[in-house]
Design a protein around this ligand. Structure first.
Ligand SMILES: Nc1nc2c(c(=O)[nH]1)N=C([C@H](O)[C@H](O)COP(=O)(O)OP(=O)(O)OP(=O)(O)O)CN2
Ligand SMILES: [Zn+2]
Length: 126
């Protein structure tokens, strides 16, 4: 089994208005987000020894740049823009839009708002 991944970064603002009054994250503030897309395969490597070319993640990079970078995330997502909701959204986007050859699949997506925090979504996470 192989796992590969690629990191993407974007800057954005958000607030989490459902938090208790006075919580610092209920106020509008910004993060330098990191998103990691993890792919897994139990198949053979293809020449020159790839699970899949990292370039196949190009459409995801463009989607993040065009719809998330320097945006107010409260106007981008239907749900409250927590790390968890972002991870689930990005996982679903990758599942629906990336053209990955069998048996390569998206294992999970990890989102970090800060250097010390993360949330991951993948349907098969233990
Ligand atoms: N489970 C989650 N908890 C929190 C989320 C989240 O998405 N999922 N988000 C936030 C806020 O967005 C907040 O901006 C980030 O939280 P936190 O790392 O706690 O903030 P600080 O950088 O100020 O952390 P310090 O350790 O106090 O410096 C909150 N919780
Ligand atoms: Zn925040």
């Amino acid at each position: 089994m192989f796992r590969i991944g690629k990191q993407f970064r974007f800057e954005a603002a958000h607030s989490l208005p459902d938090l208790p009054e006075g919580h610092q994250c209920a106020r509008v503030h910004g993060h330098s987000y990191t998103v990691e897309v993890h792919l897994v395969s139990n198949g053979e490597l293809t020449r020159p020894g790839f699970v899949v070319d990292f370039a196949e993640l190009g459409p995801f990079s463009a989607h993040v740049r065009d719809h998330f970078d320097h945006r107010d995330l409260n106007t981008v997502l239907d749900a409250s823009p927590t790390s968890e909701h972002l991870a689930a959204y990005f996982y679903q986007w990758c599942r629906d839009h990336l053209r990955l050859p069998e048996p390569v699949r998206v294992e999970k997506v990890r989102v970090s708002e800060t250097a010390s925090t993360f949330a991951e979504y993948g349907p098969d996470l233990p």
